[in-house]
Design a protein around this ligand. Sequence first.
Ligand SMILES: *Cc1c(COP(=O)(O)O)cnc(C)c1O
Length: 380
Amino acid sequence: MDKIGFNKPYLTGNEISYINEVFISGKLSGNGKFTRMCQDWFCYKYGFKKCLLTTSCTDALEMAAILIDIKPGDEIILPSYTFVSTANPFLLRGAKLVFVDSREDHPGMDESSIESLITSNTKAIVAVHYGGVACDMDLIMDIATRHQLLVIEDAAQAIDGYYIGNDGVMRALGSIGHLAAFSFHETKNIISGEGGMLVINDIRFVNRAEIIWEKGTNRSSFYRGEIDKYGWVDIGSSFLPSEIIASILWAQLEQIHDIQKTRMNIWSNYYKNLSNRLHKIYCRGPIIPHYSTNNAHMFYIVCNNIETRTKIIEKLKMNNINAVFHYLSLHSSPFFLDKHDGRILVNSEFYSNCLLRLPFFYGLKNEDQLLIANIIINEI
Ligand SMILES: *Cc1c(COP(=O)(O)O)cnc(C)c1O
């Protein structure tokens, strides 16, 4: 067993009593009291127009792909340095994936290279807020408006993160694109084991989103008393989580302020321990662009090459500390390589080889963070 693991899911302690409340209520399936409490809370807190809890962020993105009517031949522009779930939902509907490189200063997508990839078949841009750090949304929304494209934010890691616009206004990540998807997987800031949410900001999509969510039926309007019987009206699937999952999420939302404050302290502590020492070993710390807040989703360092990274991982391993690298670029993955258009995405490959994520979880001790930093800098 690792002395310091990479992730340790944090539970507030109230989860179990809310689960018990669900048991006692006798309503275990989805779209009940806790689901609605969570959805309303998100709308109120972050200014989302409409929220639907899902069983994962992957599911939320699958809903998004159905909702925007992806057809074979449609093109989607998305980063290569991301999780497979950013891509699969669109591929499942027959879309052609067009991958964008990462920025040089940050693993997030290079917004400036999006426009040259647009063709008459382009349907949407999937903006992934890597590590909870905002993409330049003014730029992306401007491109989308001029080319009449839809924007889907993959905000899986971005809960409680904000974009600071050119107008100086802070907008919650997930509130800017036409649609957005969040994850509550146990590796994210706010968790329910597995879980996710689709955010619908463009009201044109609200009614159909509910139908797709409820297996292609208009059951949601039936429950609201808007119609007197419900039936099959569109394609759909079972995307909604049970009330047990929603009750876990509710317990987390009640403590989000504390969770975020604690995670921010951990992040700052790493930064303090490492930022002015990393150059000694030819590495650097994370860079957060001026238009983004930091939601303390992760802490990573960027090594000068893969050999340095491997050495650091091994040294930490010898001390029973588990640090991990992140994505292997999707465009050069075994599955996609022969489907890619051949463009070389240097920054994405660079981050695949050189980025290292350090243990990060609520409850990580200061002294362990210092130990990790000293091992990395070679001073132990
Ligand atoms: C975690 C993650 C997902 C998938 O989330 P699930 O809830 O596990 O489906 C998708 N995209 C990104 C960027 C992620 O980090």
